[in-house]
Design a protein around this ligand. Structure first.
Ligand SMILES: *[C@@H]1O[C@H](CO)[C@@H](O)[C@H](O)[C@H]1NC(C)=O
Ligand SMILES: *[C@@H]1O[C@H](CO)[C@@H](O)[C@H](O)[C@H]1NC(C)=O
Ligand SMILES: *[C@@H]1O[C@H](CO)[C@@H](O)[C@H](O)[C@H]1NC(C)=O
Ligand SMILES: *[C@@H]1O[C@H](CO)[C@@H](O)[C@H](O)[C@H]1NC(C)=O
Ligand SMILES: *[C@@H]1O[C@H](CO)[C@@H](O)[C@H](O)[C@H]1NC(C)=O
Ligand SMILES: *[C@@H]1O[C@H](CO)[C@@H](O)[C@H](O)[C@H]1NC(C)=O
Length: 214
């Protein structure tokens, strides 16, 4: 066969790392859509945690929603007049209990969120938050909820993790309401980071193992 031993080892290593990534669910990256008229998109950790890190970018144009990406979508309420915004979203960090409350009563205000990890004062086109060194009080399922305050569907790119920072240089969102937009930190697409690390590790393994397996 044309497949050489190093190639085989490379592909096997890549496959194993891919599985570890999916299992560990470290960083999720993709594009999503939030329905208009107050519609909601939310995603929660499927384990208890006091950590969250995410980078949100709203698109001015429509995007292809990433197949199999995270998220539950709740439609908005029947067309009503909405303020005239450019595509923008409101982002809340809250517990899974509170998301249930939020999603079941779109106009309700009886849900609680973490102001310092939310971008809610005005609709935003970007929102970068990282728990950093200030762990959340409640060790429960933690969620990011996005609400669309416009009359059009809004598309976004998101990298999110409940385990590790999605930023190249991690940071701690200041403990003040209103959210923090990190202009200095570079939001990474995990694909880039993983892509590079994966290829690096796999090449290394292929080299080492093919030496020993002769
Ligand atoms: C949160 O709870 C989980 C178990 O539900 C535990 O494994 C984890 O260590 C806890 N984290 C903290 C920061 O207490
Ligand atoms: C969102 O991601 C797509 C695909 O990677 C990219 O083409 C687009 O420029 C991104 N948009 C924003 C606003 O980040
Ligand atoms: C989207 O449009 C707004 C307003 O025209 C502009 O300020 C912003 O930079 C645009 N964002 C992108 C990612 O092109
Ligand atoms: C909502 O969040 C607050 C603060 O994090 C928490 O005390 C409360 O138990 C959560 N759940 C509900 C249903 O309000
Ligand atoms: C929705 O929230 C509003 C404001 O908190 C409250 O008055 C109303 O009773 C809630 N409706 C339902 C169905 O829970
Ligand atoms: C932040 O970065 C430092 C140094 O690079 C690292 O030790 C630490 O674990 C990181 N924290 C998180 C939450 O990723």
């Amino acid at each position: 066969m044309a497949i050489t031993k190093p190639t085989l080892i490379f592909l096997t290593a890549l496959f194993i790392i891919q599985i570890i990534n999916v299992r560990g669910g470290s960083i999720f990256s993709g594009s999503g859509e939030v329905p208009p008229y107050g519609g909601i998109w939310y995603a929660c950790s499927n384990f208890d945690t006091t950590y969250i890190s995410f980078s949100l970018r709203v698109s001015n144009t429509s995007l292809n929603v990433t197949p199999g990406f995270l998220g539950t979508v709740v439609p908005g309420q029947s067309p009503r007049s909405m303020p005239n915004y450019i595509p923008a979203l409101i982002a809340f960090e809250m517990t899974a209990d509170n998301v249930t409350l939020f999603a079941s009563n779109l106009t309700g205000t009886n849900f609680k969120y973490i102001p310092s990890l939310s971008c809610y004062e005005t609709p935003v086109q970007s929102c970068d938050q990282d728990v950093g060194d200030l762990p959340l009080d409640d060790n429960v399922s933690q969620c990011l909820a996005l609400q669309n305050p416009t009359a059009q569907p809004v598309y976004f790119n998101l990298s999110i993790s409940w385990i590790k920072s999605v930023f190249v240089s991690n940071f701690t969102s200041p403990d003040v309401p209103g959210g923090h937009e990190s202009l200095k930190s570079i939001a990474v697409s995990s694909k880039q980071v993983y892509g590079f690390t994966q290829v690096f590790i796999c090449t290394f393994m292929a080299l080492v193992f093919s030496k020993f397996l002769h």
